[in-house]
Design a protein around this ligand. Structure first.
Ligand SMILES: [Zn+2]
Length: 414
């Protein structure tokens, strides 16, 4: 998207598979995302504002994005499907590092794993929802069925989740309306935003808060030709950069083919990020803190002095970026802490042909399922059930109750 058109941009409406560039490694990878890098645009606008305020000699103040003035990292586990060994591996990483990961479970494939869900909770892990079938649909109604079914299964395990993330990172309107209806506290769709601060879709707090993450996982790095060393070098550099810029970096991966395949490297990565002074904050705790972040306050000009009124800190302080000729802004009888706007250089490198091909190919996947109607979804459920022996038996039992089918079978046998 051209910067000239950015005023027409409505966040979350358009999205698709797109290339991401890793400056440190010099390679691209492909994942779902919005056409506009909103984090970079926000930073650019801040730079422009800083420049204008400096030129006018006015003080520029902001509510810091840094919770308690610290830098954090966080980790999300998208548990797509269940295997004992990959869940064990992910839990071992959590135990070795002492971190509370936020797990999103697709309940269709976790429904028989009650004891493992309890184990996650016993190991102090944060358990949340990733729908029933691992699919995001265009229709609100079908998403609603897919979410309600998962919720019921999760509640049967004694957990009432307050967060959900869309399978495949899709940001269909039907999905955002369904999760608004279900009143989840937060969500995180790659198609809405990545590598940015949290926000409400359409600035409407009736929607769950969107908490963007970094969308690279082992699978996409591998597909894009990153070596293992390059993948972890990229993740470390990204955590550092994003933590310095926005006060938080949220990374993610899957247990199966991700955490289990790179167990040692993940432990090393978390240790390295911690050693650099970044604290760990679980995704749900970060969301809770962010929801308390003050959004509005008044600025008064009183006896030659600028003062802030009606502001309460709630863990996110007020800070001053430019000085101005009038002197420091006062809050609570004290001058505000001064920070400098951190400039950043964003390198644009046109993706090679092979990466554009990957983006196109990935964009074509799952189109049929994503457009399922309600009837289509239930028909698919019957096929899914028939694939398992117990499902086949249950379906046979159900059909044997239908009188005309019984009669037809009887007639065919004679
Ligand atoms: Zn998933």
């Amino acid at each position: 998207m051209c910067i000239r058109d950015s005023h027409k941009y409505v966040q979350g409406v358009e999205w698709g598979h797109r290339p991401y560039y890793s400056a440190g490694i010099g390679k691209h990878f492909v994942e779902v995302g919005p056409p506009l890098d909103t984090g970079a645009l926000r930073q650019l606008l801040l730079e422009i504002l800083t420049h204008c305020f400096e030129w006018l000699g006015l003080p520029l103040i902001r509510v810091s994005p840094f919770c308690k003035n610290k830098r954090y990292f966080s980790f999300r586990v998208d548990a797509d499907g269940f295997t004992e060994s990959s869940t064990e591996a992910a839990l071992r990483i959590a135990r070795k590092t002492g971190l509370r990961f936020t797990w999103f479970l697709d309940m269709g494939r976790w429904k028989k794993q009650g004891q493992w869900i309890r184990r996650l909770v016993e190991h102090n892990q944060d358990v949340q929802l990733h729908c029933f079938r691992h699919m995001t649909y265009a229709s609100r109604e079908v998403n609603d069925i897919n979410i309600r079914k998962a919720l019921a299964l999760m509640q049967r395990n004694g957990i009432t989740p307050n967060a959900i993330v869309s399978p495949l990172g899709c940001n269909d309107k039907g999905f955002s309306e369904a999760i608004k209806e279900q009143a989840f506290e937060y969500s995180s769709e790659f198609g809405y935003a990545v590598d940015d601060l949290p926000s409400f879709p359409n600035n409407d707090s009736a929607y769950p808060l969107q908490v963007p993450v970094h969308p690279g996982c082992s699978g996409v790095f591998h597909k894009a030709g990153f070596t293992e060393a390059e993948q972890f070098e990229h993740l470390y550099e990204h955590a550092r950069r994003q933590g310095d810029l926005d006060g938080i970096c949220l990374l993610y991966d899957h247990p199966n083919g991700g955490l289990d395949a790179h167990e040692v490297q993940f432990v090393q990565l978390f240790d390295k990020v911690s050693l650099r002074g970044y604290k760990y904050l679980c995704m749900s705790d970060y969301c809770r803190a962010w929801l308390q972040r003050p959004r509005n306050f008044r600025v008064l000009f009183n006896r030659g002095q600028i003062e802030v009124d009606g502001f309460s800190d709630n863990g996110f302080r007020l800070e001053q970026i430019t000085d101005g000729t009038i002197g420091p802004v006062q809050w609570d009888g004290k001058p505000l802490p001064q920070v400098s706007s951190r400039g950043m250089v964003d390198e644009f490198v046109y993706p090679p042909h092979s990466i554009r091909e990957v983006a196109l190919e990935m964009g074509q996947r799952h189109l049929k399922q994503r457009n399922f109607s309600k009837a289509g979804w239930y028909t698919n459920e019957v096929f899914e059930a028939l694939r398992t022996y117990s499902g086949y038996k249950a379906t046979r039992r159900l059909l044997s109750r239908v009188r005309w089918l019984r009669a037809l079978r009887g007639r065919m046998r004679h």
